[in-house]
Design a protein around this ligand. Structure first.
Ligand code: TRP
Ligand code: CA
Ligand code: ZN
Length: 323
């Protein structure tokens, strides 16, 4: 299968040279440094612990957006655009360069919110995304307020740390995922070859606070998978590879375009097995998310421990992969 076109190899080779140069320069700065406060060590600092209360506060705001807009945040409904406007204002205030990318789908305008963190390498981009839309039948707090809010707080943490990553960091909140990954597909289709070639990795977060949680790590790329599994291991959490999700969320168009993808997932309609309940707690024989795509996917439909752990994992991966 020739999924990765040859022009991509050329671009990646150029990117690797830049990364090597940066490494060598980083070493030189380290050797010359006589005082502790230099730029190089700061870029390699450990990720902060993400405060789950802040993530939960974002979820409350998304719940309020749904409550004020007919109970949902779905594509083509006012609750979706209100979600975009809310998040955009917070990211702008934190110093991100935001872009709203419009598209048309089934007779309605759709919106992707893209947020670039100024600086970082120009040749290599680490991108992380979450779909911000809900289904029409509910507020979509676990699916996918959870991934959206976790990434939102991690983005604010990047700003707070004034992170100076080696690679460029770009965050995305997708529209119309629930209609078939429309927003993310539109984004990938409209990237030119040069910009597509710069994408070093795409990380996806769709459902990370399921009320009867599992700990699944996308198995698409070994290095990205290990970045997560090694971290969970330090928390004594034994993960399972996410195999059910291939093609089921916004990483699919990136993977199809030859970009390496990763992510974590806490489970949707599938049932937790007895063995899984034994290692993760929760209820065997019940769905990871019994409110999946239902009206009960509201603020109460979140496991705070899973949301906390997964938010911390996301921060770790973004710090590590962009450093
Ligand atoms: N994307 C799905 C949705 O929004 C949720 C989902 C189900 C999922 N299985 C997955 C996401 C596996 C990521 C991985 O309805
Ligand atoms: Ca935390
Ligand atoms: Zn969904």
């Amino acid at each position: 299968m020739f999924r990765i076109p040859s022009w991509r190899h050329a671009t990646l080779a150029a990117g690797t040279c830049t990364a090597l140069t940066a490494l060598v320069m980083g070493g030189a700065w380290g050797a010359q440094a006589t005082t502790s406060d230099t730029a190089a060590p700061r870029a390699r600092a450990a990720a902060p612990d993400i405060d789950v209360a802040a993530v939960q506060a974002h979820l409350s705001e998304l719940q309020t957006v749904a409550d004020n807009n007919g109970g949902n945040r779905a594509h083509g409904r006012p609750g979706y655009k209100a979600s975009v406007d809310l998040l955009k204002s917070r990211l702008d205030a934190a110093g991100f360069t935001t872009t709203v990318q419009e598209f048309d789908h089934s007779g309605a305008k759709g919106y992707n919110l893209i947020a670039d963190w100024p600086g970082g390498g120009v040749d290599q981009v680490v991108m992380a995304g979450a779909h911000l839309d809900s289904v029409r039948g509910g507020a979509g707090i676990n699916d996918n307020g959870s991934g959206s809010a976790a990434l939102w707080e991690v983005a604010l943490a990047v700003a707070k740390a004034d992170l100076k990553p080696t690679k460029h960091l770009r965050f995305a909140w997708w529209g119309a995922e629930e209609d078939g990954m429309i927003g993310s597909t539109h984004y990938v289709e409209n990237l030119n070859r040069t910009d597509l070639g710069k994408l070093d990795a795409y990380l996806n977060f769709d459902m990370v606070g399921s009320p009867n949680p599992g700990y699944f790590v996308y198995d698409d790329d070994p290095e990205l998978e290990r970045t997560f599994t090694d971290w969970y291991q330090t928390k004594n959490i034994v993960t399972e590879p996410e195999t059910e999700g291939d093609g089921r969320s916004d990483h699919a168009p990136f993977k199809d375009a030859g970009v390496r993808v990763g992510g974590v997932f806490s489970g949707a309609e599938a049932e937790k097995s007895a063995a899984q309940a034994k290692k993760w707690g929760g209820k065997a024989g019940e769905s990871f998310d019994p409110c999946y795509h239902s009206s009960c996917d509201g603020k109460a439909n979140i496991d705070a421990t899973a949301l906390d752990t997964n938010s911390d994992a996301i921060a770790h991966a973004i710090w590590k992969l962009s450093s």
